[in-house]
Write a protein that binds this ligand. Structure first.
Ligand SMILES: Nc1ncnc2c1ncn2[C@@H]1O[C@H](COP(=O)(O)OP(=O)(O)O)[C@@H](O)[C@H]1O
Ligand SMILES: [Mg+2]
Length: 213
């Protein structure tokens, strides 16, 4: 049985693909056999990101495949140690379907109420569909450098029954640059942003281990 993680969101641009790639590269560098199932069939940005990764000879190797449906993708999940669903632009029936098969559901969110509210609504909807609340977690992405804003957002989410991954991935040009080169945020060129992204990923991995052990 492979580990399945879904990265989903109510809004486009929240960082589903960004986090999917970061999770994928972290596990692949620990020698896991990883596949990203790209469910954004119109854009398939993770698929084109992989092409840049291959062209720039970046290791470790990640597999990415675009799938039109969850059922089609899930048939292949057993071939990998880790299968990551990079969710479609907006939540749909497919979102519920992939989340039902997942060990962890990751919802990337910004720090503003405009980002937090729809993220909580999505988590509540998934929970109403019968998905275990413990499996749902929020990750802060595209955050500002403000400690105050971070604490306010964290306090807001701590009122919900869902887990909040500690730390935040700020909105930084070097992360975009990394992805332009086929890398993930944890493979960014500069040490400080790379280490900050690493902290978030390590907290995410700890949560996965807590849930699966
Ligand atoms: N932490 C970040 N810092 C800078 N740019 C980011 C960050 N996260 C995402 N982006 C950029 O924002 C855009 C949307 O991110 P993406 O991960 O593709 O979102 P989604 O898959 O949810 O639509 C992309 O151009 C990506 O490079
Ligand atoms: Mg995407």
């Amino acid at each position: 049985m492979s580990l399945i993680i879904s990265v989903v969101g109510q809004k486009g641009g929240s960082g589903k693909s960004t986090l999917s790639r970061a999770i994928a590269t972290c596990y692949a560098s620990a020698s896991w056999d990883v596949k990203i199932a790209d469910l954004d069939i119109n854009q398939s940005t993770s698929f084109t990101w992989l092409q840049r990764r291959i062209n720039n000879s970046i290791e470790p190797i990640i597999a990415v495949e675009a799938f039109g449906s969850a059922t089609q993708a899930l048939k292949k999940s057993d071939d990998y140690d880790l299968f990551i669903f990079d969710g479609a632009p907006t939540a749909s029936r497919t979102t519920t379907e992939i989340c039902k098969s997942s060990d962890l559901i990751v919802i990337p969110t910004g720090l503003a109420l405009d980002d937090l509210e729809p993220s909580v609504v999505l988590a509540n909807n998934l929970s109403k569909e019968g998905i275990d609340k413990n499996k749902i977690c929020f990750v802060f992405n595209r955050a500002s450098g403000s400690e105050l804003e971070y604490n306010e957002a964290k306090n807001y989410l701590d009122e919900t029954p869902y887990f909040v991954i500690g730390g935040r991935i700020e909105d930084k040009p070097c992360y975009r640059q990394a992805m332009n080169e086929g890398k993930s945020v944890t493979e960014a060129r500069y040490k400080q942003p790379r280490e900050k992204a690493d902290v978030v990923m390590q907290n995410l991995i700890n949560r996965i281990e807590e849930l699966t052990n």
